[in-house]
Ligand binder design. Structure first.
Ligand SMILES: CC(C)(COP(=O)(O)OP(=O)(O)OC[C@H]1O[C@@H](n2cnc3c(N)ncnc32)[C@H](O)[C@@H]1OP(=O)(O)O)[C@@H](O)C(=O)NCCC(=O)NCCS
Length: 176
């Protein structure tokens, strides 16, 4: 059965392989993945089909409106930790379409709730706006200074979106 489980350092070589396959335009080094995993292991999961890893998700506590740069070590958040930042979720084509992103979002919702964080933020890469908006994410109404410079590290055509966490389940129901 395909299921999400906690990510371990031993998964990172396969995670990099999937990232290189699915995100050739957003290259990141394995040490950057290791940094994210060490920073917030509870937010990082892999999708396992038996022994085979077929997807992954990276998320970590962060500052709303100021996402980390691409392929850069996290260091300290630029402001208060008031959201979970979903850095990436990626699933190999053969394992898609089973509502598995929704299950990962459920995990993040409960993690955020335990931490008393109300928001989830992410960068929707080119072409993925519609996907995330269908899950209830929206652009920030008043983005702060610094957002556009951070987004620029991803190249053109990417958008920072946020979602109030208490509404996640409702939108997952809609997409399922
Ligand atoms: C994004 C990704 C993880 C989604 O995986 P998945 O298993 O297909 O996700 P879900 O089952 O939650 O959603 C599938 C639904 O979203 C819809 N969808 C997919 N892309 C969409 C888009 N760009 N706009 C609107 N809807 C979209 C599908 O039509 C499908 O709808 P249906 O359930 O009504 O048939 C997967 O496509 C992937 O790994 N892509 C490459 C990596 C990536 O882009 N990650 C996101 C970075 S922001």
């Amino acid at each position: 059965m395909i299921h999400w489980r906690p990510m371990t350092p031993g998964d990172l070589a396969r995670v990099l392989e999937i990232a290189n396959t699915l995100h050739p335009d957003y290259p990141e080094r394995i040490e950057i993945f290791a940094d994210k995993l060490a920073f917030d292991p509870d937010g990082c999961r892999v999708l396992a089909d038996g022994d085979k890893v077929v997807g992954y998700g990276f998320a970590h506590g962060w500052t709303l409106g100021l996402p980390p740069l691409l392929d850069a070590e996290l260091g300290a958040p630029p402001g208060p930790t008031d959201c979970l930042h979903l850095h990436d979720v990626a699933i190999m084509p053969q394992a898609r379409g089973g509502g598995r992103v929704g299950l990962y979002l459920d995990h993040l919702e409960s993690l955020a709730s335990r931490r008393r964080l109300d928001w989830l933020g992410l960068i929707a890469i080119t072409g993925k706006d519609g996907y995330w908006k269908a899950k209830g994410f929206t652009a920030m109404t008043t983005p702060g200074a610094g957002l556009s410079q951070r987004l620029a590290s991803y190249g053109d055509g990417n958008h920072y979106l946020i979602r109030h966490l208490t509404k996640l389940k409702e939108s997952d129901t809609q997409i399922a």
